[in-house]
Ligand binder design. Structure first.
Ligand SMILES: [Zn+2]
Length: 187
């Protein structure tokens, strides 16, 4: 899947499906299923469109961030994105870890500098630790975070780094793809 397709998919997930909105408005019933709403990559549209829509239906979602994008244009003003994610956490949305630089294969269009081919396991683990520390400053209510593998890829240097995530208790669970075949590794 090309980068543009990935981005298009991410944007497509911003719009709240009407069936889901209807479900949220229906009267409470005994729960027979659980739907997890998750948004990857910390896009600005998540803050401007998705979260307001979710809030209007009193729905909560998990946002897997790989950076805190955006900055204020005026010195002395806080980053709108930083304030936005802090507010999202206060509203009950979950902030998850998606690594700091979201390394993916060059075949998907990633620049050489952050391509997964150039990574060592220690490097990606350090990114997870670093983003965890950053998220802990934004969201003080959570200590162990959900994790989404960038590009749904569990391999670094041909080795599955899930074991290190688990062994070092860095994350609560690891999630790969976004469809029914997704693998969720609960640690
Ligand atoms: Zn991603």
């Amino acid at each position: 899947m090309k980068l543009c397709q990935l981005l298009a998919l991410s944007r497509a997930l911003v719009v709240l499906p009407t069936w889901l909105a209807a479900l949220a408005q229906s009267s409470p019933q005994p729960r027979k299923a659980l739907i997890c709403l998750r948004y990857d990559d910390g896009l600005e549209s998540h803050l401007t469109t998705a979260i307001p829509q979710l809030n209007s239906f009193n729905l909560k979602a998990t946002f897997f961030l790989n950076a805190i994008k955006g900055s204020a244009e005026v010195i002395g003003q806080a980053s709108p994105a930083l304030l936005g994610w802090k507010k999202a956490a206060q509203q009950g949305h979950e902030l998850g870890n998606h690594t700091l630089s979201h390394p993916c294969p060059t075949a998907l269009g990633w620049p050489q500098e952050v391509a997964i081919e150039a990574y060592a396991t220690e490097q990606i683990l350090q990114e997870v630790r670093t983003l965890d520390a950053l998220l802990d400053l934004i969201d003080t209510q959570k200590t162990l975070r959900a994790f989404a593998y960038p590009g749904h890829n569990t391999l670094v240097a041909s080795q599955d780094y899930s074991f290190r995530l688990q062994k070092e208790e860095l994350v609560q669970y690891g999630r790969t793809g976004g469809n029914r075949n997704s693998v969720i590794k609960k640690f």
